[in-house]
Design a binder for this molecule. Sequence first.
Ligand SMILES: Nc1nc2c(ncn2[C@@H]2O[C@H](COP(=O)(O)OP(=O)(O)OP(=O)(O)O)[C@@H](O)[C@H]2O)c(=O)[nH]1
Ligand SMILES: [Mg+2]
Length: 315
Amino acid sequence: MASKNYRSGFAALIGRPNVGKSTLLNQLTGEKIAIVSPKPQTTRNRILGVVTRPEGQVAFIDTPGIHQAKGELNRYMVETALQAAEEVDLVLFLIEPPGGEKPESWVGPGNRMILERLQRIGKPTFLVINKIDTIPKQKLLPLIDLFRNEFPFAEVVPLSAREGDGVEKLFHVVLQHLPEGEPIFDEDMLTDQQERTLVSEYIREQVLRHCRQEIPYSTAVLVDVFDESEREPRPGAAEGQLAGLIRIAASIYVERDSQKAIIIGKQGQMLKTIGTDARKSIQRLLGAHVYLSLRVRVEPRWSERPEGLKKLGYE
Ligand SMILES: Nc1nc2c(ncn2[C@@H]2O[C@H](COP(=O)(O)OP(=O)(O)OP(=O)(O)O)[C@@H](O)[C@H]2O)c(=O)[nH]1
Ligand SMILES: [Mg+2]
């Protein structure tokens, strides 16, 4: 039984690409359940992260960045995000501090478009100003004023998702706005992402890290084999301890032969680097030694076709 005054509910992280939604989800949950990169349009699906405390439970939903959607994949991503906003109790609208000296340009057409959609959806909405570690304090108040002029935010919370400043406070303010009620998920529930999905995302993260601009948008990763026959129970709490072996084979899909050549690299060097780095993070995730074999396949124009999206797991 939950205690008296226990609160619970759903909150969606919504905003333009790259503002730090996934970083915030990871910081809130204390686990790496969403991949993060300095390139926009990293997240492609909704990702659940549950935070359970004695005083309540919040189910956060990370979503793809909302942007001008061209092409099937982008349309899918934007729809996914807006759909999540429809389904939650509370929307956390994230921004990052705008560049440029002129306050007139600080809100910008991208944010305005999202705020218009959120008006129509009509959920209580917080303004979450992320990356405050990057701006002087005196910029914060004028920024808040500008955004408050655009939208009747229920709360304003400045924070740094990367550093963690203000994140605890956000959790508590969110909780206060949720209804009293029982926990929605088991208290040990962390995410709805399966290990296989996380593994494919960790591999895609390394492609994002190591490859230049146009490659990431054309890349998808599928796990073909996940062989746990030599898996052993996770070793104790000691950091970095690994037990047993998991054999994983995955395919990195791109749209053109030229992209395949880039991902493989000279004498396979790029693919090797991607594999080595991905294996390290997958081992940490699974607590096991991992044998990772990667191959690169071409699926022409997959991101432009509904069948292509479906085939590569976006549906
Ligand atoms: N300085 C600073 N950088 C941050 C902070 N939070 C996130 N970042 C960086 O911002 C970049 C984007 O972060 P993500 O979490 O991937 O952003 P996102 O909103 O999920 O992006 P999409 O999935 O593409 O919509 C990464 O390079 C992060 O390290 C922060 O509080 N301070
Ligand atoms: Mg993201």
